[in-house]
Design a protein around this ligand. Sequence first.
Ligand code: NAP
Length: 512
Amino acid sequence: MAGVSLVCVPLVAKSVEQMLSEMATAKVRGADVVEIRLDHLASFEPRRDLDLLLRNRPLPALVTYRPKWEGGEYEGDDGRRFEALLLAMEFGADYVDVELKVAQEFLDYLSGKRQDRTKLIVSSHNYQSTPSTEDLSSLVARIQAVGADIVKIATTAVDIVDVARMFEVMVHCQVPMIGLVMGERGLISRILCPKFGGYLTFATLSVGKESAPGQPTLSDLLDIYNIKQIRADTKVYGIVGKPVGHSKGPILHGAAFRSVGYDAVYLPLLVDDFASFLHTYSSPDFAGFSVTMPHKEAALACSDEVDPIAKYIGAVNTLIKRQSDGKLIGYNTDYTGAISAIETTLQGSSGKVSAGSPLADKVFVVIGAGGAGKALAYGAKGKGARVVIANRTYERAKELANLVGGQAISLADLENFHPEEGMILANTTSIGMHPNIHDTPLSKQALKSYALVFDAIYNPVVTRLLREAEELGVTIVTGMEMFIRQAMGQFELFTGLPAPEMLMRDTLLSLQ
Ligand code: NAP
């Protein structure tokens, strides 16, 4: 039954005192269960230590004594392990974990001493890969047959699509099951377990205290992914990219969903092959995606319908699954975000509200001809601007200028380019980006010719280019403004609701 999953903090401290203190912290921070990893203790006196640990536990406790051959730290014989696990049962442990390979032996050892109040978890770990659905199902059957109260299977994700097999098996499992897929590519298994009926998921107190690869922190699970609110029909969104670990998207969109009560979770999705990812997670519940490097072109190719300007740009950064027919609709909120930021600022600084775009008929200079360059060039063209492209590789500038019906010039010629007043400048190169914050794509002197200067870079928020423009009294628009607006655009496409602008701005500010 899909619903609430328990959140368990593994305790991998070296001393009993430290474990006791971490148990208390786990409770305060909102964990449901702690896992006492006896194999991590530097010295272990079973009777004394188990009594201390279990008598003083502030939360239900799972006791595990994992041997080296199953990925743990214990190197001795099984006899001592079994003794300690039986003792844990006698001291009232809520759960005891034993490995499938020795589960029968352990049960024979317990014979009549198995305690009803202690649930037996029988576990199997695969640190290389995730078997086929059939093999996972037969593993579940073997674990069930041995007499487990709870089935635990942990495998490894070579690709994010591997996780889907674990979900499929978990959703059909007749007994409580913990099904986790380790590694960065398996992260979604740890977050979406309530959606697919997982009994329990692990989360660390802090980074570095993982007991297995890919475990998120407790605060990420509770506060960013809002795991306690995830149910079987919760919609899944996320940022698809490679890498995605640095993305602010989960914090920003997670907070936005929560603020309007939208029943959805937003995940980092580390994807290698975009088409196979979409094919695997094709259910309507995987409802929409932000798309970043290197998948924006693949997202366009996978779209059933595409916003016409996104098609010209050749990049889709937002993909929505239309709920009526499952078709994938591609958008590009990078260009709408950047262009609307520039338009709004121009309108604000002129004090005039005109019917058309304030970009109409303006000279709009784009430095760069890559992804962001194309987005700005087509976006400005769509508003009736006269587009000029300047790029290090002149050929690419020419190519893009031809596509948008604009003019190409070299970076050197841009220094003295001043055909008229009131021009707009948009930097879309990475010149000036952290750590090269002293670089700038155009001299301060040349900036005098512009009414507004925009920089797509958002790290730092105010680049040297923008600082120098500001010093000259030129209006500026930051890459952060583009970023927030592209995210607001995505929120509106995802939910059909107006974006909670103040909350999204405050959330982003708090991350800087
Ligand atoms: P891209 O496709 O790789 O294009 C990079 C462009 O920069 C190319 O035109 C390249 O010129 C030029 N370039 C790079 N290094 C240069 C150098 N040292 N000197 C002169 N020209 C140089 O990259 P992109 O995806 O368009 O991203 C570009 C920037 O936009 C990045 O800083 C990115 O963070 C930012 N961005 C911001 C947002 C936002 O929301 N604010 C969104 C998307 C992108 P060549 O053609 O000669 O190689």
